[in-house]
Design a protein around this ligand. Structure first.
Ligand SMILES: [Zn+2]
Ligand SMILES: [Zn+2]
Length: 181
């Protein structure tokens, strides 16, 4: 494990949300939002409204900026966001999740909780100087984000689709080279 489990969960959720909003969006219905909520083990308020869905979707550019911010810029963004949302970190333990941090109330809007949790996770990224774990997908035509939590830092693509497409292209290039040689 590179970071504490709640930090890793928050980063995974933020990256998932940013990538879901890469066109064509895969977060277009309240059902998609419910699936996202369940997939990342969220607890607390979920309105299941199109308003909530719109607010969560609108977070994507802000999350992208936070996740890709470098060591000189991330602290300012994080500090500003935590102050703006009146974040007060506290340890919480609830069903299925051992002690972890919450910084806003469980009945705060979901988009507020997501952005504050992402900022809280970035605190760990900054302190550990692990910004290189977060990058844009290595596929030439993809702007998806990659969160590499692997021990040997081997992850380069945002999805299985991007990994496979590039593996096939590399194979074709090798075959063409062999045929020409
Ligand atoms: Zn919790
Ligand atoms: Zn990709």
């Amino acid at each position: 494990m590179v970071f504490a489990h709640d930090t890793e969960n928050s980063l995974l959720a933020a990256v998932d949300l940013v990538n879901a909003e890469e066109p064509p969006s895969t977060m277009t219905t309240v059902a998609d939002l419910e699936a996202f909520y369940a997939r990342h083990g969220y607890t607390g308020r979920l309105d299941r409204t199109t308003h909530e869905l719109a607010r969560v979707r609108a977070l994507a550019p802000r999350l992208r900026g936070l996740l890709l911010a470098d060591r000189d810029h991330a602290p300012g963004l994080v500090n500003e966001l935590l102050a703006q949302e009146h974040a007060i970190p506290r340890l919480v333990r609830h069903a299925g999740q051992d002690w972890h941090l919450h910084a806003v109330a469980a009945d705060a809007p979901l988009d507020t909780r997501i952005v504050v949790e992402t900022a809280m996770a970035m605190i760990d990224v900054v302190r550990a100087d692990e910004h290189s774990r977060l990058a844009v997908c290595a596929d030439a035509d993809c702007d998806g984000l990659v969160l590499d939590l692997s021990r040997n830092r081997s992850r380069r693509y945002c999805s299985v689709a991007c990994t496979n497409r590039n593996a096939q292209a590399a194979l074709r290039a090798r075959r063409a080279g062999a045929a020409a040689g």
